[in-house]
Design a protein around this ligand. Structure first.
Ligand SMILES: [Fe+2]
Length: 270
């Protein structure tokens, strides 16, 4: 059995006063860390699915590293559209992993190693596109091939990335925030891993998400900084600051994937 905590979209700024629509990103992440550390069990590891910072800045990553340091488990990070891979590698402490494309031109594509990660084949992939093209994502063929080549067909498989891989039924999000080749990635994963594919886990929406399509379970976690609206006919992204502090607790057993969504009230000022 593996216990994993899934967090995302902390959007740290370069200092503790940085706010997003009035919400203090640092204070809210401090509350997130306290809530995770207050759990009555120790997770095997924690995955942050990207947008660690709001703008790529070494000071913002240093602040993120400082605030996340008290977490009592190895932490892994996926690249968000707001992130910079070189700064992430330099400033953040990753749990044990093996890069799948060494010298890969700035892509953060790896497999978790060590601890209980042997029980499930865990992959983190990088869908970031140049900022002028985003905020949608795209997964390069070499990453897809690398992940497919690692899947043994004998163990459960789980993939983490920033971008949801298919439409969620909300017009603005579906037009702007998805992995544009997500559906073909999903089909390739499902074809290789079959029933052993336990899920694809993402952030980016600033909404919680549970979705089952084409035999594949997808799960997303919201942002502790601020939530987006996701109504069916949204023609823009509205912000809902002041929401609760969210994280997901994912349990993998021999035959089950469970996701329990937590949301704690934020007792700070914003
Ligand atoms: Fe974000």
């Amino acid at each position: 059995m593996l216990e994993v905590i899934h967090i995302s979209d902390t959007h740290f700024g370069p200092d503790r006063c940085h706010t997003i629509r009035g919400a203090n990103a640092c204070d809210r992440s401090i509350a997130l860390v306290a809530a995770i550390n207050a759990l009555p069990f120790t997770p095997d590891f924690i995955v942050h699915t990207g947008d660690v910072v709001n703008d790529p800045d070494p000071e913002a990553y240093a602040l993120a590293a400082e605030v996340l340091a008290p977490l009592r488990a190895p932490v892994y990070f996926a690249t968000g559209n707001h992130d910079d891979v070189d700064m992430m590698r330099e400033c953040l402490a990753f749990g044990p992993h093996r890069l799948l494309l060494p010298g890969d031109g700035g892509k953060l594509c790896y497999r978790l190693t060590g601890g209980k990660s042997d029980e499930v084949e865990f992959f983190v992939v990088d869908g970031k596109v140049p900022p002028e093209q985003g905020p949608h994502g795209f997964l390069s063929e070499d990453q897809i091939d690398a992940v497919l080549g690692e899947i043994s067909g004998e163990k459960p498989v789980a993939v983490f990335l920033h971008y949801p891989i298919g439409p969620i039924g909300s017009s603005w999000i579906d037009e702007h925030l998805l992995l544009t080749n997500g559906e073909s990635f999903q089909k390739a994963l499902a074809a290789k891993a079959g029933v052993r594919l336990r899920g694809v886990f993402s952030g980016h929406l600033h909404r919680g998400l549970q979705l089952f399509r084409g035999g594949v379970f997808q799960s997303g976690v919201s942002s502790p900084a601020c939530e987006f609206t996701a109504s069916p006919h949204d023609d823009f992204c509205d912000f809902l600051p002041g929401g609760p502090i969210p994280f997901n607790h994912i349990t993998f057993t021999a035959d089950t994937t469970m996701v329990k969504s937590y949301s704690f009230p934020f007792e700070g000022l914003s």
